[in-house]
Design a protein around this ligand. Sequence first.
Ligand code: MTE
Length: 331
Amino acid sequence: MLIKTNADGFLHPHASEITPQSVYQSRRELMRWMAGGAAGVALAGWAQRDALAQAARPGKLAALPGAKSAVAGAVTMEKLTSYEDATSYNNFYEFGTDKADPARNAHTLKTDPWSVEIEGLVKKPGKYALEDLLKLSAQEERIYRMRCVEGWSMVIPWVGYSLSALIQKVEPQPGAKYLEFLTLADPKTMPFVGSRVLSWPYAEGLRMDEAMHPLTLLTFGMYGEVLPKQNGAPVRLVVPWKYGFKNAKSIVKIRFVDKEPATAWNKAAANEYGFYSNVNPNVDHPRWSQATERRIGEDGLFAKKRKTLMFNGYEAQVGQLYAGMDLKKNY
Ligand code: MTE
């Protein structure tokens, strides 16, 4: 069972002057929804405690505690995916295309020192050291569903903060309409960089209002610890209403640009992977249906699949961003 979730925009102290109108509109709707549903809110609070109680630290890596998030949009009653599954069944093509390859191969990734370069249409470009990024805003723990385009899903307690905090810090210029995310492509430490399966570096993009949406998480940890290398250490993106491939791992550069940036999967197969990549059970992948999904670890081989939810269950929070858009065309 799913609890209807509520995004947190109004709880953030820095609701920015650059937050697009559509975000404010969805916030207002949410506030109305919350005001009209006190019971729902109480239930959501209970569900969050319940879900967080499962998120015991695995004790494998350094702690990265997130204050328990007030982000109701992160709440789900669904059982967390086990740490074991979340760290052994991965997509990280720089380390191989088999699901077991990243866990096997990513130990060569060197994550210290690390910095993220901010370029393009911003007033404060520059190289931002990981240590400074970590301190930029309070770390929060958010339990998000992740739905992969291949038809499986997980529920993971991520640790990070809304990407909007970083965007506000670097002060976008008015012409900045999109963000492009580029990730590390180091052939010395990443054995599959250079393979022809994708063009490198892995690239992803978001429209400014998507990037500013409070649910979009700049992510440094999971299960109360720093990110394991196979999960995109030391910093990645998690955009819970989009297919998993939007969640660029091991980010080294963020460019603020005026045009929709090219993305790795779109370049590889434009008819299969669009720029928006919103989870949508009504738009099939050309080679398979997107109507259902298999929850990793929870469902047996013969277990009934789950129905995939519009925007991965976050429609109340993000649907407004796409008002009036043809989602079949903009897949
Ligand atoms: N980021 C990089 N740099 N390289 C990749 O191959 N794969 C994407 C995304 N981010 C990928 C990436 C895909 S297809 C998915 S489904 C998610 O990472 C998987 O994240 P997870 O392994 O932490 O579950």
